[in-house]
Design a protein around this ligand. Structure first.
Ligand SMILES: [Zn+2]
Length: 119
């Protein structure tokens, strides 16, 4: 992987399917994100580096989706997992609560979109 190439959604999704969570680190201000962005959300720098994020973290927020979009099976749990510097929006499995330690289980594919699955 080359650090001077901006992380694309495709690269991010392919890595996730292989069980690796990629993110970006801003060399200007140190801000990290867990999904591909064109520029730093904090300072706007475009010199973002691709980094491998931890695959274990702590549930920061969670919510149960009882009313789900057509084509989805519910209810299911989604939440934000705190990975240290970065936070990732993920599908949660196994009745987790805020503060629980969770690990990346893999990728969940719905209609061609891929999302990290933690449990
Ligand atoms: Zn920045």
């Amino acid at each position: 992987m080359s650090d001077d190439e901006l992380l694309t959604h495709q690269t991010w999704a392919d890595a996730l399917r292989d069980g690796e969570l990629l993110g970006q680190r801003c060399p200007e201000c140190g801000h990290e994100t867990a999904a591909p962005k064109a520029a730093c959300g904090r300072c706007g720098s475009r010199a973002l580096e691709t980094v491998a994020l931890p695959t274990a973290g702590t549930v920061y927020t969670e919510t149960t989706m009882s009313v789900v979009p057509r084509g989805f099976e519910g209810p299911y749990q989604v939440g934000v997992v705190d990975l240290g510097e970065a936070r990732v929006l993920a599908r949660l499995e196994g009745e987790v609560a805020i503060g629980d330690r969770v690990e990346l289980e893999g990728a969940l594919e719905v209609d061609g979109e891929v999302a990290p699955l933690f449990s």
